[in-house]
Design a protein around this ligand. Structure first.
Ligand code: PHE
Length: 337
């Protein structure tokens, strides 16, 4: 038996150990054969014969078990070494993300107005009719409601179609004077090359005592702002209509691509429309209970700004998460420090 134990102890693989188990304890193993001899042993000798065999079986089993554990550890070590992954092998340079052009443009605009002492206000994305329409001088059945194709919920709440309801919420919760911007997500039922059902706007509202705020103030702030964003561009105010401002204007800049001489992007006009603005309509002040106040407001689409600043041709590419596009904006992070 000692010979078998020695063999077991010097086994070098699990397969070898298994065949030693078969040779000793298996159906035709040496010990099994010994046990079979029991029936021929005289009754008086049976007990000591059996005890002896059981002891041997015990020793062999113990030797097999402990060798098995030992060989399994070795086998696992080998396997781990083989499967080891060198995480530094392909790229030992840390790759960092980039600011999304929409977020980056939004932050640029927010920072500009923070420097002018504007506050940043927020409002809910799920709005009600009062804040999104009625208080903004858009009563029920007003034809201008068609300007925005609205997503309505079953409970008559809606997804806000612009950031203008934040004007209302801010005036209802704060006293004049107000200088605020409201950046955020807005929703419209529109989807083509120049529209996505979700996009971003920044709203601005300035309110002070009656006659203190005029269109001239608005014009000055916007010309400065647009030249900060787009460089040396010309700025043009075109009369327009918004229910919540009177007078209202749409603002164009000279085309940043052709410098005003006419190209495909500006449809040969030399001008690009970039925002809507106006002097706050008296009906809006009435809706929030503001008396003897004056103010201006404007609102702009951030995607449009981002596309013009970074020469991005298709609006939809801003929402496709293609890292080949997004990776190009890493330098913006470095620029910000
Ligand atoms: N809310 C308008 C829009 O979504 C933009 C706007 C804001 C116009 C404030 C005038 C004043 O188109």
């Amino acid at each position: 038996m000692e010979l078998w134990i020695k063999k077991i102890e010097s086994a070098s693989t699990l397969e070898e150990l298994e065949s030693l188990r078969v040779d000793t304890l298996g159906k035709k193993g040496v010990l099994t054969i010994e046990f079979a001899k029991m029936k021929d042993i005289l009754a008086v000798d049976k007990k000591s014969f059996a005890e002896n065999l059981n002891r041997q079986k015990d020793q062999i089993t113990k030797a097999l078990d402990s060798k098995k554990i030992e060989l399994e550890i070795i086998a696992l070590d080998k396997k781990l070494q083989f499967e080891k992954i060198d995480v530094t092998k392909f790229n030992n340079e840390l790759s960092c993300g980039a600011a999304h052009p929409v977020a980056e443009t939004m932050n640029r605009i927010i920072n500009y107005f923070l420097n002018l002492n504007f506050t940043v206000e927020e409002g809910p994305l799920v709005e009600d009719d009062f804040h999104n329409f009625q208080a903004l001088n858009l009563p029920e059945y007003h034809p201008a409601r068609d300007m925005a194709d609205t997503f309505y919920n079953k409970d008559y709440t809606l997804l806000r179609t612009h950031t203008s309801p934040v004007q209302i919420r801010t005036m209802l919760s704060q006293k004049a004077p107000i200088r605020m911007i409201a950046p955020g997500t807005v929703f419209r039922r529109d989807f083509d090359i120049t529209h996505t059902p979700m996009f971003h706007q920044i709203e601005a509202l300035v309110v002070d005592e009656a006659d203190k705020i005029s269109f001239a103030n608005l014009k000055h702030v916007l010309v400065e702002f647009l030249q900060h964003m787009f460089g040396e561009v010309e700025v043009r105010f075109r009369p327009s209509y918004f229910p919540f401002t009177e007078p209202s204007a749409e603002v164009d800049i000279s085309c940043v691509f052709c410098k005003g001489s006419g190209c495909r992007v500006c449809s040969q006009t030399g001008w690009l429309e970039v925002l809507g603005c106006g002097v706050v309509d008296q009906n809006v002040f009435d809706a929030v209970g503001y008396k003897d106040k004056s103010g201006y407001a404007f609102g702009l689409g951030i995607e449009r700004f981002a596309m013009l600043i970074h020469s991005i041709g298709d609006l939809r590419s801003l929402f496709e998460s293609d890292t080949r596009l997004l990776g190009q904006f890493k330098w913006l992070l470095q620029e910000d420090g």
